[in-house]
Design a protein. Structure first.
Length: 328
């Protein structure tokens, strides 16, 4: 049995689930934001065994912990809904926090089961500092990087380059009210333009700064266990503010995708990197420079890939499904 831990809004599992259904493989979808409203569960430990059962009260499907062969820890969300709202908001908050604690502990309990996505290693591997350190140790070229809240240090770092890139460290989204969302895309900045900014522009938070690297094109490399899917993203055909600096801004402006033949050295780097991070999945971002050098930017340990499959036809969902069937 395969356990999928995700949320209702996540579209990525759909083609994987459909492929598994065609193979008559059972997969149990656990949408964690509705843990308290759409599921019933029991975990027990006695002199005979430790085990659990989760039942989906909407469709009647059930999964038993001891029968789980693989897990896809995709994108779980904290529980957000209650069957019965208490008049005291703090009690509602407490109940949801207890449910989140249960969910986290359950995922830790399952940590010895083969998994694509990991509650233990995904968060650790998301550290940009650790990523750059490991990539450098594995012989891959990386951008010069500085994290600091000290103006003097950032100015000194930036003085070696004509342009720098400003990036979000962890969360690139800011929600301003119910409907308004601001996304922090990577920004290309002239190094000399930051010299006269006030101290508070630097000290209000920790700043993530890298030297700006000129691009011939960019790569999105999705790795599923031993399977590698490389996609060329031709961001440099776009305008400066429509994807040339951050290709995510180019979706609606003719961003071009095509299957890419990755050099063996870069493929080996990706596999060695995941092994080092104890991961079975990762979405890598690279720059290919005008002189054909490969520069590692980051690896999202549970990144998005469905649009790459849709754009190129590469069978990433089948690779995920087959890895879930195969397990270790």
């Amino acid at each position: 049995m395969i356990l999928l831990i995700t949320n209702k809004e996540d579209a990525h599992p759909t083609p994987v689930i459909n492929y598994l259904k065609e193979k008559n493989i059972f997969i149990f979808r656990f949408n964690t934001e509705v843990l308290l409203t759409d599921y019933q569960f029991k975990w027990w430990c006695n002199e005979k065994e430790a085990d659990f059962i989760i039942t989906n009260t909407i469709n009647g499907l059930e999964i038993q912990g001891s029968k789980i062969t693989t897990i896809w820890d995709r994108r779980p969300s904290p529980p957000t809904t209650l069957l019965y709202e208490n008049s005291e908001a703090d009690i509602n908050k407490h109940n949801l926090e207890e449910a989140l604690g249960f969910l986290s502990f359950l995922r830790y309990y399952l940590s010895d089961v083969f998994s694509i996505g990991s509650i233990i290693y995904d968060r650790v591997s998301a550290s940009k500092m650790l990523q750059l350190k490991v990539a450098k140790e594995l012989g891959m070229q990386v951008p010069a990087t500085c994290f600091s809240n000290i103006k003097k240090e950032i100015i000194e770092f930036s003085s070696d380059f004509d342009y720098i890139t400003l990036k979000p460290i962890d969360n690139g989204n800011v929600y301003l009210g119910d409907e308004l969302e601001y996304i922090f895309f990577s920004q290309k900045v002239n190094s000399s333009s930051i010299v006269n900014l006030p101290e508070e522009s630097f000290s209000q938070t920790v700043n993530f700064v890298q030297n700006y690297i000129e691009k011939l094109y960019e790569l999105r490399v999705t790795v599923v266990c031993e399977k590698i899917f490389a996609c060329k993203i031709d961001s440099q055909c776009l305008d400066e503010n429509k994807g040339k600096v951050d290709w995510r801004q180019g979706y609606d402006y003719g961003l071009k995708h095509e299957i890419y033949n990755l050099p063996e050295s870069v493929s080996n780097f990706c596999l060695n990197y995941l092994q080092r991070m104890k991961l079975n999945f990762g979405c890598f971002d690279f720059i290919v420079t005008p002189d054909k050098q490969y520069v590692f930017l980051e690896c999202n340990p549970n990144g998005q890939w469905l649009w790459i499959e849709n754009e190129t036809g590469m069978k990433i969902s089948e690779a995920i499904a087959n890895s879930l069937i195969k397990g270790k």
